[in-house]
Design a protein around this ligand. Structure first.
Ligand SMILES: C=C(O[C@H]1C=CC=C(C(=O)O)[C@@H]1O)C(=O)O
Length: 483
């Protein structure tokens, strides 16, 4: 391949070292000699301070955009453009998506300019709570989607890299592809350098009265909780998680990344996520609940259920934490989650460990009972079947799930969509992480829908549970007010 013509183009990043250029050229030449590849990904090290700023700078509501960050772990992914979208609906959607993911992996060649655990293909996306979606508000979302983005920036505590993905059909020669790869790399570098200039935030808008937001739908809620308690007394199920949706007007063209920026600053030990399918609304939030993180055969998951507010003083905070840990109602609600996760993981695991008593997880607005669970997966266990088995945990569904499920549909007067579904990312080598998309909202330019739920057991008090949903709604509502 002749690199002379390319080297004359001052726009292209031929600042790559000679060795990398040599390996890249050879890799691309070889690609065009093989028949069985449809896609290729290219990973390069880059300098990037803040992937969210990069996403915001180039925000384009007409294309797929994705963000994921765990501020406490200094780990973030920003991505855009849908090179390849895998989607499915119905009871077997995890399985169908998994098969298509494997097909993509089998037909993709990967090049990496440096060795990194997360170089190569990364799929990003999520799943709705139920098997199907029907509400028009969710029209641009599907019941299960994994996307291979055209560009992705991944940053961990030491290092940043970019992965660029291409469909080989679009290139007639190796030279064409090499040019496109270098051009895309240059575009990403330019996007990053653009983030160093100051971004101007929209002026704060007048916000809807919080008191109205926190009163709307109260009577429906009390009726639903009382109905659920009656079913529990009649032994239809032992626990159900009921949620509410609250809708507020919005009048802002500001990209939803602004909201996410405020959330990540305040909820450092949460997973902050944003999915924009390329049209319609964006779904985003800051969730404290990890569904599962996979590092080869090691699986980390958790039970997070049982809540109380934060105290205003150290002493009040500690007293509330203590009240939460000894509350039979909350311990009961939590125990269903731990036991059920253990049962569901049993077919996939060699060993499984957790402490006998829950710890306390403190967020800025609320504290929860929390039991981290570690398991060693059996060999050859794939991520998506495990997710299918774990979702929905009784922290967002009910116990037993099959019995509680129809009552969620019957007692809630909105469609959950992706609220409380799994959202996250995974690579081709079996690593990745999915969180439970609670403390979230569906954000459009004119309206924002926020969601919050809580576990109902036999001795739940509808008023207290209502207050708990208000606490859980607060972060999203506060984050919106500055838009
Ligand atoms: C369903 C939600 O929270 C779950 C997670 C933690 C604590 C919960 C609780 O105490 O009820 C819920 O199970 C939500 O925030 O929408």
């Amino acid at each position: 391949m002749d690199l002379t013509s390319l080297s004359k183009n001052p726009e292209l990043p031929l600042d790559l070292d000679k060795n990398t250029i040599g390996r890249l050229t050879q890799f691309i030449e070889a690609l065009f000699q093989q028949e069985d590849n449809s896609f290729a990904t290219f990973t390069f090290p880059i300098d990037c301070h803040d992937p969210l700023a990069v996403l915001q700078k180039g925000w384009n509501s007409n294309t797929f955009q994705y963000y994921w960050e765990k501020p406490s772990e200094s780990f973030a992914i920003a991505a855009g453009g849908a090179l390849h979208k895998i989607s499915a609906e119905g009871a077997d959607r995890f399985e169908v998506v998994n098969k298509q993911r494997q097909t993509f992996i089998d037909t993709t060649s990967t090049f990496s300019a440096s060795t990194h655990a997360y170089s190569g293909i990364i799929f990003v996306g999520g799943f709705s709570f139920f098997d199907h979606l029907s509400d028009p508000a969710w029209h641009s979302f599907e019941a299960g989607t994994l996307t291979v983005p055209e560009w992705l920036i991944l940053q961990d505590d030491k290092y940043a890299l970019t992965t660029l993905s291409f469909s080989l059909d679009h290139y007639s020669s190796d030279e064409d592809l090499l040019k496109a790869v270098l051009q895309r790399l240059q575009d990403v570098k330019q996007k990053i350098s653009g983030t160093f200039s100051q971004t101007v935030m929209d002026a704060p808008q007048s916000s809807p009265q919080q008191s109205t937001i926190f009163r709307n739908g109260y009577q429906d809620w009390v009726n639903a909780v009382n109905h659920a308690k009656k079913e529990i007394q009649q032994k239809s199920f032992k626990k159900i998680v009921l949620a509410r949706q609250t809708t507020v007007p919005r009048n802002s063209a500001a990209p939803p990344t602004e909201m996410l920026n405020r959330l990540r600053q305040q909820y450092q030990n949460c997973s902050c996520f944003l999915v924009h399918p390329g049209r319609g609304h964006s779904f985003l939030g800051a969730t404290p609940e990890q569904l599962a993180s996979f590092q080869h055969e090691l699986l980390l998951t958790e039970a997070l259920a049982g809540s109380i507010k934060r105290g205003k003083t150290v002493t009040e905070d500690a007293t509330l934490a203590n009240d939460l840990s000894i509350s039979p109602k909350n311990r009961n609600e939590h125990q269903f989650v731990v036991a059920d996760i253990e049962d569901r993981l049993a077919p996939f695991t060699q060993t499984i460990h957790h402490k006998k008593s829950p710890e306390i997880k403190k967020l800025s607005n609320v504290q929860h009972l929390y039991t981290p669970i570690r398991a060693r997966l059996s060999e050859e266990t794939d991520i998506l079947p495990v997710l299918a088995q774990l979702h929905p945990t009784p922290a967002v569904g009910g116990y037993p799930w099959k019995k509680a499920a129809p009552y969620i549909r019957q007692l809630e007067n909105f469609e959950r969509g992706w609220y409380a579904g799994p959202v996250g990312w995974l690579n081709a080598k079996g690593s990745g992480e999915f969180s439970v998309a609670i403390r979230s909202g569906l954000i459009g330019p004119r309206k924002a829908h926020f969601f919050a739920g809580c576990g109902i057991v036999s001795d739940s008090d509808p008023e207290k549970e209502w207050q708990e949903t208000n606490l859980k709604l607060t972060p999203m509502i506060s984050a919106l007010q500055y838009d």
